[in-house]
Structure formats: C-alpha cells, structure tokens
Write a protein that binds this ligand. Structure first.
Ligand SMILES: C[S@@+](CC[C@H](N)C(=O)[O-])C[C@H]1O[C@@H](n2cnc3c(N)ncnc32)[C@H](O)[C@@H]1O
Length: 194
C-alpha cells in the first residue's frame, strides 16, 4: 500500500465526522466561478470544496488517495443530494488529460512537480484556485516539513504563464493579530492562446 494512503486513511479514520469547511480561496472568490463546466478538486480530502463547486452547478470530479475520505465524501454528497464523481487515486501516478477542466481546485496539497500538468489540464480560459500553507508562519498551524510549505511568492512562480486574478500572501507584515495569515491563495486564468 502507498505510504501516503495508509497515513491519510488513518488520519481520517481517527477524525470525528464534522462538517468540512471549504477553503477561503473558494469562499472569498466564489463569485469568479463559472456557472457551468467541469471542475476537478485534486486531493479533495473530505470534499468541502467539491460540495461548494457542485452547489455552484459545476460537474465535479474529486480525487484523493484516501478511500476513507472518499467514502465519507460519497456519503455526504448523497445526504446533500449532490452528484460528485469521486475516485480513489494517487494523483501523482496518473497525469491529467490536457485541456480538460474549466476549474481546478487544489487546497492544502503541494506537489511542485505537478504545476505544469495542472496548467496543461486547464482548458483555455479555465481557472485555477490554489491555497496552501507558507513557510513564513505567524502561528503553528499546518505542516512543519518545509517541503510541504510554500516559499515567498512561490505560487506565482509555479503558475507563471497564467493570468493572475487574485493573489494573497500577507507573510509576516504588520499586525499579526489581523488579516489572513499562514497561507497563500491564488486564482489564475489560463490564457486562450497557451
Ligand atoms: C491536508 S489534506 C487536504 C484535503 C483538502 N484538499 C482540504 O483542503 O481540506 C491533504 C490531502 O491530500 C491527499 N493526498 C496525499 N497524497 C496524495 C496523492 N498522492 N494522491 C491523491 N491524494 C493525496 C490526502 O489523502 C489528503 O486528503
């Protein structure tokens, strides 16, 4: 068994079933989503982002290596009468088909080697919503391994070539008790000509 699958299955099995919350990058920028199209929630976990995308009217595909997480998402989607096409999958093992998605959502999952594949997987005009933890942290939330933490402005570098529509990364500036800290968010659009 893939070690990440064993790890995440254990984490989700031990976690009490709670109502998962969508990521801020979607909550704050929901108005930028198209009203129809095909969306992929990559490494979806319990699928709060997927449910929001389905409520928006999108055809949603959700992939995660953890069968425990996917089973919970399937149950929740059924309860809420939403259709989500779920798949238990090591997303590193199966590249995305190019030009396939109108919306790609990746939150709290950082695999730098996949950046070009994600860009290619977007249809021209498609939108990437990305949010994850940064190295410059104000409080001890999120992973401690720097491999899983963004460097300064790293999302902008990884997704260069896309048109930046929203970028937020407050780092250690100003009053640490205010603002949106510890993470960076990017909403970016694939140009038509790429
Ligand atoms: C921190 S959780 C984030 C879940 C969700 N995106 C969110 O923001 O709540 C990281 C997720 O990545 C998944 N994951 C880790 N490695 C993976 C891989 N190789 N392929 C697919 N999913 C993976 C885990 O199962 C876990 O659900």
């Amino acid at each position: 068994m893939h070690p990440d699958k064993a790890k995440w299955d254990r984490i989700y099995s031990e976690r009490k079933p709670t109502d998962p919350q969508p990521a801020e990058v979607l909550l704050q920028n929901r108005h930028l989503l198209p009203k129809q199209g095909i969306a992929l929630d990559l490494a979806c976990g319990l699928g709060a982002n997927s449910l929001l995308l389905a409520e928006q009217g999108l055809e949603v595909h959700a992939r995660d290596i953890s069968s425990v997480a996917i089973e919970r998402l399937d149950r929740l989607a059924k309860q809420r009468q939403r259709q989500i096409h779920t798949k238990v999958l090591d997303v590193k093992s199966q590249p995305l088909q190019p030009n396939s998605f109108d919306v790609l959502v990746v939150t709290h999952f950082l695999v730098r080697e996949m950046a070009d594949e994600l860009k290619a997987g977007l249809k021209p005009g498609g939108l990437l919503f990305y949010q994850t933890y940064c190295r410059d942290k104000v409080f001890a939330q999120g992973p401690s391994n720097p491999d899983y933490l963004l460097k300064d402005n790293e999302l902008l570098q990884l997704f260069a070539g896309l048109k930046v529509r929203v970028y937020r990364e407050e780092s250690l500036l100003g009053d640490h008790n205010q603002g949106w800290r510890n993470q960076a968010m990017l909403v970016a659009e694939k140009p038509n000509e790429v």
